[in-house]
Design a protein around this ligand. Structure first.
Ligand code: CUA
Length: 316
């Protein structure tokens, strides 16, 4: 799991380039540091052997020469690093040429909304806090924010990119190595900035397509008595003020779309695992898990809460 959220374990070409740039900087500046320290030690050693400073003209000429060489070397090294930086910047530049699909990313305090765009409206998938990607495909992202500035960051896939209210901007990511990665909002955006994370699931193309087809479907129809009661609880409570479940009258867009919430790995923007116990705690009082979150506490009876839990779990 050491590559779960790490810029040093790249899983795609952009992160790879950034990782190389990091190595170039590390080794170059590391070498400079060692050389400077060696000269310092030499100066201390030489200074101790002489009681008085050497102020002769020849010594001053030599000093001038050494300083000039050092300045010239520093300039060359700094320009070298600048060139490496610019070259990397060009590779990871957010132009979407050759992208196989476009995903609109909307930042909210404090969760992520992902909309997989498609020319046919009935083929658009909307999900929250979990980004599924096909391995080996270049993906164009269209980023915006609905409140404050956030920053989109999947360390294993690319650098950071800001989401700015009232402005859309483009970004690209590509994952070549299937796996599950954690991503994090990287710009302080309020009280729960730290709990504004999401999960990136990278799968081979066929598995991704399977997931996509599943996500296009409306929510499954409740089968058991508990599931049916759970749906009634959902539709009869304040849940519907903020959440949508495709295939039911619930269509609000303030909070995450819950059509397939049962299939997700986490809740509360990767704050907690999506298990029954955690889910119960979240619905009963999300404030105790994520203080300041817009989701209010609920006062459902234990039976209603349990039915709701069973229903949400069935939304695969
Ligand atoms: Cu959103 Cu920090």
């Amino acid at each position: 799991m050491n590559d779960y959220q790490s810029a040093l374990h790249p899983a795609g070409p952009y992160a790879d380039r950034l990782g190389s740039l990091w190595e170039i900087f590390l080794f170059t500046t590391g070498a400079v540091w060692v050389v400077v320290l060696l000269f310092l030690l030499y100066a201390i050693w030489r200074g101790r052997r002489r009681a008085e400073a050497d102020v002769s003209e020849s010594s001053q000429r030599a000093d001038t020469r050494y300083v000039s060489i050092a300045v010239a070397l520093s300039t060359v090294i700094l320009f070298g690093l600048l060139a490496a930086s610019v070259a990397t910047g060009r590779v990871v530049a957010p132009h979407g040429d050759g992208a196989t699909r476009e995903i609109r990313v909307n930042g909210h305090q404090w969760w992520w909304e992902f909309q997989y765009l498609h020319p046919r409206p009935d083929q658009i998938v909307v999900t929250a806090n979990e980004l599924h990607l096909p391995a080996g495909e270049k993906i164009k992202l269209i980023l915006k924010s609905s409140d404050v500035i956030h920053s989109f960051w999947i360390p294993n896939l690319n650098g950071k990119h800001d989401l700015i209210p009232g402005k859309t901007s483009n970004f690209v990511i590509q994952a070549d190595r299937p796996g599950i990665y954690r991503a994090q909002c990287a710009e302080f955006c309020g009280m729960q900035h730290a709990k504004m994370a999401f999960i990136v699931v990278v799968e081979p193309k066929e598995k991704f397509e399977q997931w996509y087809r599943q996500q296009l479907l409306p929510a499954p129809i409740p089968k058991t008595a508990d599931e049916q009661r759970g749906q009634q609880v959902f539709l009869g409570s304040t849940c519907v003020m903020c959440h949508a479940i495709k295939g039911t009258p619930a269509g609000a867009r303030t909070g995450p779309d819950l059509t397939h919430v049962g299939s997700r790995l986490t809740l509360g923007a990767a704050s907690i695992p999506n298990t029954r116990g955690h889910r119960a705690g979240w619905i009963a009082n999300a404030q105790s898990i994520k203080p300041g979150v817009l989701m209010p506490p609920s006062n459902l009876s234990p039976d209603d809460l349990n039915a709701l839990m069973v229903y949400l779990e069935s939304l695969k």
